[in-house]
Design a protein around this ligand. Structure first.
Ligand code: ZN
Length: 352
């Protein structure tokens, strides 16, 4: 995508327009995704030979093809331009044509985890794509195991009727009621990810619709398996969920980074977001060897984990003695578990 942007700037340079990108905003179009780019330079800077570009009524005067045709640039007579994402070209790409099922939550069932590379570099935003936080708030239920069950997303409190916004540009793949998710919207994005928005009280989009980051997808609610109004938000790569907090800082309503290096290990149900001190550049250029070594370390750690299923008569102190550990260590391994917690039969707790 960055290469495409360079091409755009080059194309404009060829026309003698020394424009710099000042701000980018999305402009709704009926049959295309458009991004408005305002310029810093004004007609006076352009030179007398290009009066054609003098400030006018903002009417489109020309359309240029850029790169592979997925992006076009429309020049306007007021010295601004905007990008158009050519959705008919996008629809033909593998990303939007393969594993495209509009009534199945995970159409990637055949994609085994080990067929995904050790790391995948995901360009979350660039000059023609932006991010909008679906909803700002403190995550109250995180990705990972929750009372022995897998929680494939994170939950943000969300009063019923509050707008739910699309995180990135893309195409709605599924928009219907679906078991535990309740009213669910799934959007596939140009960056290769899919985002899920669950428990909505109302859905405002239909499958197949192209959407912009920031478009209204529906309203927050508590449909499906839900204990109260909240947004269940998921991020997936080829059907495999990873902790959305790797990329979204929900409290600040912002992206953590523009380029995200998704390691295969993040796609494990046990993997959780951990703030890292490793420099982003360093991560991007980590060798496969380094990533493999890290995965082996995580696998060893995981192999050492032990779980216990609560049976009649079990107490935390009894379990601690049985596994040669302490009650406080067990509590630290299980979110929300306290020495005073009443253990429900059948609950799985981590003991090592
Ligand atoms: Zn949830």
């Amino acid at each position: 995508m960055r290469r495409i942007t360079v091409l755009i700037i080059l194309s404009l340079s060829c026309l003698g327009v020394r424009a710099q990108v000042d701000s980018v905003r999305v402009v709704p179009q009926n049959d295309s995704l458009a991004v408005q780019v305002d310029t810093l330079d004004r007609p006076a800077d352009i030179g007398s030979g290009l009066q054609f570009f003098a400030r006018g009524n903002g009417a489109p005067v020309d359309t240029l093809d850029v790169g592979d045709g997925r992006i076009q640039i429309v020049l306007k007579d007021d010295n601004t331009w905007y990008f158009i994402k050519n959705v008919s070209a996008l629809a033909e790409t593998d990303l939007f044509s393969q594993c495209w099922r509009e009534h199945i939550v995970n159409p990637y069932n055949d994609t085994p985890l080990d067929s995904i590379p050790y790391r995948v570099t995901v360009c979350l935003v660039d000059s023609v794509s932006r991010f909008v936080c679906p909803h700002k708030g403190k995550v109250f239920s995180k990705f990972g195991l929750r009372k022995g069950r897998r929680h494939t997303g994170c939950d943000v409190p969300y009063p019923t009727g509050t707008p739910v916004y699309c995180a990135f540009d893309g195409r709605v793949r599924l928009a219907e009621r679906h078991k535990g998710y309740g009213n669910l919207v799934i959007v596939r994005h140009e960056n290769g990810l899919e985002t899920f928005y669950g428990h909505l009280s109302r859905i405002d989009v239909i499958a197949g619709q192209w959407v912009h980051a920031g478009d209204l997808l529906g309203l927050g609610g508590s449909t499906g398996r839900s204990s109260g109004p909240h947004l269940h938000f998921e991020t997936r790569l080829r059907g495999h969920a990873f902790d959305p907090e790797w990329i979204v800082d929900f409290e600040n309503g912002s992206l953590r980074k523009n380029v995200f290096v998704l390691k295969r290990s993040y796609l494990s149900p046990y993997s959780k977001y951990v703030p890292t001190s490793i420099d982003e550049e360093e991560e991007i250029y980590m060798t496969d060897e380094q990533i493999r070594a890290e995965e082996e370390r995580i696998a060893k750690e995981r192999a050492a984990m032990k779980y216990h299923t609560i049976r009649s008569g079990d107490t935390l102190s009894g379990i601690a003695v049985k596994y040669g550990t302490t009650v406080s260590k067990i509590c630290s391994l299980n979110q929300g578990l306290k020495p005073t917690t009443i253990l429900s039969l059948g609950r799985k707790i981590r003991v090592k």
